[in-house]
Design a protein around this ligand. Structure first.
Ligand code: PLP
Length: 395
């Protein structure tokens, strides 16, 4: 008998996967240029040239046996040191390599961190709308996801709702800012208010509530928006970082965990991270990519294309009359469905070849996610289709 739990997970249809398959079918039928697929969060800006140049340089300069060999379990010491120094420089936060664990991207960072922190029956708060894999990782750590809805009007953090959801079993809260799927960057005030609630639990017998920052979109923000660096404000913090979106390297699987040295038992938590990484088979993140990110230290993406896309889609949909949440970061826009049933709305959108993701996949009803990491031309071409979609509901 194999694991029923895993079999079910493997067979469970993912809404985004289904749209992806529908999109491929439609593209074959009517031509790719006539399908407006806004379903996938795959960066469409290429990785900076420096990344490829660094890969070539490393291949030419280093012995293959050394370049492609194992690093230590938590990662290459030099890479971890470079990352710690980068954090010091950028955020004025004191940390060294002993607190950095290299991972296969944010997914692995989250999976490892949750496994390191949680015991059977613990609860982890997630703010809806949220990245659907959180539930999978939390349940895999034998814990339970507790959903707390964001504020209705702006999808900021509803701190009083979080407070109500806290129990003796609350082990952690996952906060993702800039947010997938809403594109919202949580304000410093929201973060501070949340922290003042978490601080009330810092001396519990069952231990503090950990703040898990899921930050694959940290660098993708528009205008003068600040993404609060939580370790500067709250001691019990673990940062799950990834280069997937910031350097457009989602297939290379590279990121890191930073366990704040200010956590009460930071070195024990780091040991638990090493243990969880080991137990999950997540030791030694891809070596070549570890060297690449250390050589490309400080490299930031050119997000002008995303910014142009954001302005075009936000302004166009607002002009048409749709109710949208203004995205300050990531490459997603959240739009209110004119009817309660967002799935039905997405089915209607398909009539106009618009492929959108219903918010039910992200833990709340009544919205759709539009991933605008597509070509500017696709957005331009899709606007008449959005107009027709609007007319279906508001004649
Ligand atoms: N967290 C969020 C909010 C995401 O949107 C994603 C990927 O889309 C991940 C984590 C996983 O990122 P990675 O590709 O680095 O594993």
């Amino acid at each position: 008998m194999i694991s029923k739990k895993m079999e079910e997970l493997g067979k469970k249809p993912s809404a985004i996967r289904e749209i992806f398959e529908y999109s491929n079918k439609r593209k074959k039928e009517i031509g790719a240029q006539n399908v407006f697929d806004f379903s996938l969060g795959n960066p469409n800006i290429p990785a900076p040239a420096e990344v490829n140049e660094t890969i070539i340089k490393l291949i030419n300069e280093r012995e293959s046996i050394d370049l492609h060999g194992y690093t230590s379990g938590p990662g290459d010491l030099n890479t971890r040191t470079v990352i710690a120094n980068n954090i010091k420089k950028r955020f004025n936060f004191e940390v060294d390599f002993t607190n950095i664990y290299m991972t296969c991207g944010a997914a692995a960072s989250l999976e490892i961190s949750l496994k390191a922190l949680c015991n059977r029956g613990d609860e982890v708060i997630v703010l809806a709308p949220y990245f659907p894999e959180y539930k999978v990782f939390i349940e895999n750590a034998d814990a339970k996801a507790i959903e707390v809805k964001c504020r209705e009007n702006d999808l900021g953090i509803d701190v009083s709702a979080v407070k109500k959801a806290i129990t003796d079993k609350t082990k952690a809260i996952i906060v993702n800012s800039p947010n997938n799927p809403s594109g919202v960057v949580f304000s410093k005030n929201d973060i501070k208010d949340l922290i003042s609630v978490l601080n009330q639990y810092s001396n519990r017998d069952s231990g503090p509530i950990y703040f898990i920052c899921d930050e694959p979109y940290r660098e993708i923000v528009y205008g003068n928006i600040e993404v609060t660096y939580v370790p500067n404000l709250y001691n019990e913090t673990i940062v799950c970082y990834s280069y997937s979106k910031s350097l457009s390297l989602p297939g290379e699987r590279i990121g890191y965990i930073m366990v704040s040295p200010l956590c009460k038992n930071s070195s024990d938590i780091f040991a638990a991270v090493c243990g969880a990484g080991r137990a999950s088979g997540y030791v030694c993140a891809p070596s070549l990519m570890q060297y690449v990110v250390s050589k490309c230290d400080g490299l930031l993406p050119d997000i002008k294309k995303y910014a142009d896309n954001r302005n075009l889609i936000y302004n166009s949909l607002t002009e048409i009359g749709f109710d949208v949440i203004r995205p300050d970061g990531a490459f997603y826009l959240f739009m209110k469905s004119p009817i309660k049933d967002a799935k039905e709305f997405c089915e209607t959108a398909k009539k106009f070849e618009l492929l959108l993701v219903p918010s039910d996949s992200f833990g709340i009803e009544g919205y759709v996610r539009i991933a605008y990491c597509v070509s500017y031309e696709q957005i331009e071409k899709s606007i008449p289709a959005f107009k027709l979609l609007y007319k279906e509901y508001y004649k």
